[in-house]
Design a protein around this ligand. Structure first.
Ligand SMILES: NC(=O)c1ccc[n+]([C@@H]2O[C@H](COP(=O)([O-])OP(=O)(O)OC[C@H]3O[C@@H](n4cnc5c(N)ncnc54)[C@H](O)[C@@H]3O)[C@@H](O)[C@H]2O)c1
Length: 311
């Protein structure tokens, strides 16, 4: 199978690695040239982690993986390759207007039989399918981070998605060694509908001074068996993505629990994105040994804290 992937950030790179390591050719583009340039090396490293974790003892595994990845700086060159693909996968920012405008431009240029997958965490596939002009062939394939290490994929058909598109998608994902499951087309689908309000509640309790990063994560890890705890998970998802997801889910649901807490906005403003930027709820100076940060300066005690201290 051949796939075209637009967006080579955190999740795009995971999907690219997954496609390539299971023998599929993958053509990639990102509007940020620096992100695009670092993509192959990152995927190579990720393939190495997969080989180690799953004890793959093929010495050429990473090379075979990398050989299947082709990056295109020029959008026109990427579009030419995308025209020969079975699947077009979008993995760009979680912003409905942006996704719709990109899809409205790209999908009408592709042959009528190309299936459209979106890796959105929460957005409505009906709206994206209509924006791209092929709702029958549009479906969410929401992978988890990091894609090659987390098998689950939420498959979310829209109102007009055909049974053939669902069947094709399930089979293609199984062939890519993923574990697809059907989820409803509601804001956040199944996984984030449950997870996001919980993660945002955790940040709200932190900014109320009721819990610390360390105690919070140790508690969830030792009591519920969460491998990372909620704050470390925030740092992997990254603060900008959490902010976008929360806001989109809030706008789609009007549920106040989805409204992003002040701390999340401040962290985005301060560049404290999480593991990738070196600082989030944890200090990632040593990525193997992240240290929970003292975030007492983010505790909101007064109206002044809410106004003056937002910087
Ligand atoms: N981060 C997670 O843990 C996670 C998990 C599941 C799903 N998702 C979803 O995956 C999608 C991507 O999230 P991410 O975490 O990889 O974000 P990211 O910020 O790491 O990457 C997004 C990439 O999209 C690129 N981009 C933006 N606009 C573009 C355009 N017009 N054309 C080409 N490239 C463009 C950006 O340059 C960036 O590299 C979102 O829909 C998000 O909700 C994220």
């Amino acid at each position: 199978m051949k796939l075209a992937v637009i967006g080579t950030g955190v999740m795009g790179r995971g999907w690219i690695t997954q496609c390539a390591m299971t023998g599929h050719e993958v053509y990639c583009h990102d509007s940020n040239p620096e992100t695009l340039a670092g993509t192959v090396a990152f995927c190579e490293g990720l393939a190495g982690k997969v080989a180690k974790k799953f004890k793959i003892d093929d010495p050429d595994f990473w090379k075979k993986t990398v050989d299947n990845i082709k990056i295109y700086k020029e959008k026109n060159d990427f579009m030419e390759k995308a025209k020969g693909c079975e699947v077009f996968l979008e993995v760009i920012f979680e912003d409905l207007d942006l996704k719709c405008s990109v899809l409205g431009e790209i999908l009408p240029q592709l042959p009528d039989n190309v299936i459209f997958w979106s890796n959105t965490s929460s957005l409505n596939i009906d709206i994206m399918g209509e924006a791209g002009g092929r709702p029958e062939l549009s479906i969410v394939t929401h992978g988890m981070n990091p894609v090659p290490l987390m098998p689950g994929v939420e498959v979310v058909p829209g109102a007009k998605t055909t049974a053939e598109t669902v069947e094709f998608t399930r089979n293609a994902l199984l062939e890519m060694k993923k574990a697809p499951f059907l989820a409803p087309n509601i804001p956040g689908f199944w996984v984030n509908r449950l997870l996001v309000p919980q993660m945002l509640d955790a940040v709200r309790l932190l900014e109320q001074g009721k819990i610390t990063v360390d105690d919070g994560d140790v508690g969830l890890n030792t009591s519920l068996g969460h491998p990372q705890g909620t704050f470390k998970l925030h740092d992997f998802v990254t603060a900008p993505t959490m902010l976008r997801v929360a806001l989109e889910m809030y706008q789609a649901s009007n549920d106040p629990r989805m409204y992003p807490p002040l701390t999340l906005m401040r962290m985005v403003k301060n560049g404290e994105f999480g593991a990738s930027s070196g600082k989030g709820f944890y200090d990632w100076a040593d990525p193997r040994n992240p240290r929970a940060r003292d975030l007492s300066n983010y505790v909101v005690r007064s109206a002044d804290d809410m106004t003056e201290r937002v910087n």
